[in-house]
Design a protein around this ligand. Sequence first.
Ligand code: B12
Length: 217
Amino acid sequence: MQMKGRVVAGLKNSVTKGDVDSCKAYAEKAIVLEIDAYEAIMTGCAEGMRVVGEKYQRREYFIPELLLSAEAMNAAMDILRPYVKETSDESVAPKVVLGVVEGDIHDIGKKIVRIIFEANRFKVFDLGKNVPLEMFVNKAKETGADVIGLSTFITTTLPMTKLLIDQLKKEGIRGKVKVILGGAAASRIFAEKIGADAYAEDAIEGVKKIKNLLKGR
Ligand code: B12
């Protein structure tokens, strides 16, 4: 296996095993070898997390293993983040309020989204995880946001997304701000059902969908 392949596989295995030290070491190797940082995150770390999800579903892994893997992935992302290449797109940057909905603490996907949005020169207001609806609404008003990006990983908190859209209507700002959904619990069909503007499978698709939604603005 080529050196690059070995490092990416190392990242994947380290996330799967929840080995923080080895994850950091592979992330640093990726930088030294000038491996594309986004590729290292997606084909290394995120792939490892996908395997973790499968193991959890097969009951080979439980919450403690998930937490260790999340810690390992976060450690690698901290090292790789500054090296994610910025695009040369000079068009006006969309303002995006981003967060994980109330009741949900899965924030790894959202962290990747932030990295990729910022690499595309979007202005991101990251509200973090477990974010109450009114915080999204207030931040959107305060910043004059073009988009609210909602991350949702558990089905029990999915209804929050519909409540947010209702709230935006009540406040009279639904026409000014687009709503995009992402995360394991969301889907294109669900997004259409609740009247969101878009759903994205991953961060890159999110960038494309947002640019499309704001075309001509
Ligand atoms: C790691 C993990 C955890 C960690 C989270 C750590 C952290 N800081 O994030 C911990 C251990 C805390 C955890 C807890 C729980 N978890 Co959990 N967890 C996972 C796991 C294995 C991986 C999630 C992840 O980080 N993936 C990695 C990222 C990179 O994934 P990604 O989806 O590819 O991300 C991309 C897209 O989603 C998209 N995207 C994401 N957000 C957004 C937003 C926008 C705007 C856009 C455009 C795109 C976008 O872009 C991302 C980057 O490209 C999933 C399994 C799964 N299949 O998702 C279960 C999973 C989500 N968890 C699950 C459950 C049930 C729980 C618990 C309820 C367990 C419990 N009994 O306590 C708790 C919930 C706690 C809570 N209130 O939130 C279930 C949810 C099932 C359901 N249908 O509701 C899953 C699906 C596992 C399963 N198969 O049962 N979990």
